[in-house]
Design a protein around this ligand. Structure first.
Ligand SMILES: [Zn+2]
Length: 705
């Protein structure tokens, strides 16, 4: 065995003596630059910044949020970033930013809950777990009896109970409980105890939740409330059920700030040649202490991208980018709307967004996989291909040697982190974070999200640093930095490589859809074959439109360079030719299949159904002042227009609204979204749902037709 092995080694030596083996190089950026960035990025620095930010409990408009913003400002200045600014956005009960109504500012200094009878004990303290006090609680110092009301979201839960001046224990959503218990029945405050209706469940998790800051008519102010863990709540219920009087003491020092101020931080690495063209990296700065994963990890990643790129630029190891890289530590959800309404000129300047929200989990401690969430099909562009190309490098650099292949560049491993295999993938548009709002139709900026999916226990005291891995943080910081640099350093000459990338990756996407189309028809029963053919043909037609759009999107980099523009033209022609071939192939496949199944292949395109006719006649247009999207945390649709039933955070609903541009009719929009849903495997929606959605949007004044 040993001699054979030596012989083999000798042979390899001889063979490699003939000619140096060609390197497998698939990157858009030159490998030398990739390696320089990987060499500079530090996962441990990001890890320590997560610790630094973890001392603040950052509700919107709180003192801690200000301190966290100041910390980011200090670092950004230390790292030599330009235009470092603390952004302030006023918010009160009537403030809207486009389609979004931000949650109100609130600050808490202290909160304590003690049980006094039947035994004396400190139960909750803001200093121990900042999530223990319900958001929008106000100053309180009382002793009162606890009354259990079950779910507590319906007046019938309160029948026959005297609540005035007492504290209600309920397992319903505290926002709803507070409306009835406090504003209607005059309870002093509430204790929110989850899962009191689920006997077997135990948990010490204390989740951040809110009570309603004012009564519906605005005349009564909120009082206070505490968020209990399942275990704490069950203990209290046990006392009550055994007939004991439960007396508690609640002390709170907190204020609802309306008017208040939401803060964020912006900074840039200015571009040299085209500073007016920008990309933006975002991470949300708010969330309760410790918030290690959600989203200190994103905030720290942005700092590390900024530090490492600027260090390499300052030391002339890499050239300064041609375009501007903007960093935005944002108030979550409405921050994108706030920034663009304050600086509308940024809308035109911004080419793409990279949102980093919840990254760096040690994948051996928590079962998850790192994911790049791609933009929806309505925002198809070169951005996906840049991110996927860089992601592929991270995967090969870290895993190739572990898989028994030739090592592929230096492993991206932090001195203080794990040596884990890297698990990463790109997935179709999904999720609920700030990437959504860039992608909406009238904002129109393609944006990706970097995220660990699934993620752990967020918005509670359990989102701790110990689940994070400096190596994983290093890899994600590298991915964000290298992708941002690829985009912003690209001149017309380098764009040739990107155009090739986009064309070939597009063909792979189209081939995948062709294979799916045939697979669906292979399994299609006789009675559904015609319908299924219509659906897969629609998917293929829209697939080609998408790739056409993607290819044309690269023109922004060609900048009038004849060679690059010709290359785009040549590939457009090739895509057209490919489309003809695919459509002919699909038709021939269908006809052969139809004959075999005894279905008439003639008249495969049926007349419009009455429903399709109806949709064809509707050309919806969104109100121009209501830019962006609702988002499901938003009170805009709920409070103003009672649109509760259609919280549009599903990709399907998002795309429908995004495509309502006053030009497309509803049938075109539907077919677009049906093609995307089939390709990606989204949940489809019925005509009835679409009709209801349209009706509600129209009634709300969001669209007209
Ligand atoms: Zn988050």
């Amino acid at each position: 065995m040993k001699s054979k092995f030596l012989f083999l080694m000798a042979m390899i030596g001889v063979l490699s003596g003939f000619a140096p083996a060609q390197e497998h190089q698939n990157e858009i950026l030159p490998r030398t630059i990739m390696e320089k960035i990987a060499g500079e990025v530090s996962g441990k620095i990001a890890f320590e910044h997560i610790r630094d930010l973890g001392i603040y409990s950052r509700w919107y408009g709180s003192d801690d949020m200000e301190k966290a913003a100041d910390f980011i400002v200090d670092r950004a200045k230390l790292y030599g970033l330009s235009d470092v600014r603390k952004e302030q956005f006023p918010v009160d009960q009537d403030t809207y930013y486009w389609m979004q109504k931000p949650w109100l500012a609130w600050n808490c200094e202290m909160a304590e809950l003690r049980i006094l009878e039947p035994e004396r004990r400190l139960i909750a303290s803001y200093e121990a777990n900042t999530t223990c006090v319900l958001v929008y609680s106000r100053d309180t110092d009382i002793e009162a009896e606890v009354v259990y009301v079950g779910k507590g979201v319906d007046p019938s839960d309160y029948e026959g109970k005297d609540l005035r001046g007492k504290i209600v224990l309920a397992y319903g959503n505290p926002w709803e409980v507070s409306k009835i218990a406090v504003f209607r029945f005059g309870a002093a405050g509430i204790l929110s105890g989850p899962a009191l209706d689920k006997p077997g469940l135990t948990s010490t998790t204390i989740s951040q939740m809110r009570i309603k800051p004012w009564s519906e008519d605005g005349t009564q102010k909120s009082t206070f409330g505490f968020s209990l863990s399942v275990n704490q709540a069950k203990e209290m219920l046990k006392y009550l059920e055994s007939g004991k009087k439960v007396l508690v003491q609640a002390r709170v020092k907190a204020e609802v700030r309306s008017p208040g101020t939401h803060v964020g931080v912006t900074a840039t690495i200015p571009g040299t040649d085209d500073p007016e063209e920008e990309i933006i990296l975002t991470a949300h700065l708010d969330h309760p202490r410790p918030g290690a994963h959600d989203d200190n990890s994103g905030c720290a990643t942005l700092l590390e991208v900024a530090r490492s790129l600027n260090a390499l630029i300052a030391q002339k190891a890499i050239a300064a980018p041609k375009r501007t890289i903007r960093f935005y530590w944002t108030p979550h959800v409405w921050g994108v709307h706030m920034l663009f309404s304050k600086y509308p000129e940024l809308l035109k300047k911004t080419l793409a967004g990279i949102n980093v929200d919840c990254v760096g989990l040690d994948q051996t401690k928590f079962s998850t996989r790192f994911s790049v969430v791609l933009p929806p099909y309505s925002r198809a562009s070169w951005l996906s291909d840049v991110l996927e190309n860089t992601l592929n490098y991270v995967s090969l650099a870290n895993n190739a040697a572990k898989w028994g292949w030739r090592a592929y560049g230096p492993e991206i491993v932090d001195h203080d982190g794990s040596r884990n295999v890297f698990w990463g993938r790109s997935i179709p548009f999904t999720g609920y974070s700030d990437h959504v709002f860039f992608n909406s139709g009238d904002v129109g900026i393609p944006a990706v999200m970097l995220i660990d999916l699934p993620f752990g226990s967020h918005h509670s005291q359990n989102d701790e640093l110990e689940l994070l891995d400096p190596t994983q943080l290093k890899r994600i910081s590298f991915l964000a930095a290298a992708s941002a640099y690829t985009i912003t350093a690209m001149g017309p000459e380098e764009s040739l490589r990107l155009i090739d990338e986009v064309y070939h990756e597009g063909k792979i996407r189209l081939e995948t859809e062709m294979k799916l189309a045939k697979s669906i028809l292979y399994q299609s029963p006789k009675e559904r074959m015609k319908k299924d053919y219509g659906a897969v043909e629609n998917m293929i037609i829209h697939g080609f439109r998408r790739e056409h759009q993607t290819l044309l999107s690269t023109r922004v980099f060609a900048k009038g360079n004849a060679e690059a523009l010709n290359s785009i033209k040549r590939m457009e022609t090739m895509i057209r030719k490919f489309e003809k071939e695919c459509r002919a192939d699909l038709l021939a496949f269908w006809q052969a299949r139809a004959v075999k199944m005894g279905v008439s292949a003639i008249s495969i395109r049926p007349e419009y159904t009455p429903e399709e006719q109806e949709m064809k006649g509707i050309v919806p247009k969104k109100a121009p002042e209501l830019l962006g999207d609702f988002g499901s945390l938003n009170e805009y649709p709920v409070e103003r227009y009672q649109l509760q039933s259609i919280m549009p955070d599903q990709p399907y609903y998002f795309e429908l609204l995004s495509l309502m541009d006053g030009k497309r009719n509803m049938l075109e929009i539907l077919r677009f979204v049906q093609a995307e849903a089939l390709s990606v495997n989204y949940e489809p929606i019925s005509f009835d749902q679409v009709r209801e959605y349209l009706g509600l949007l129209k009634e709300a004044g969001i669209i007209s037709y």
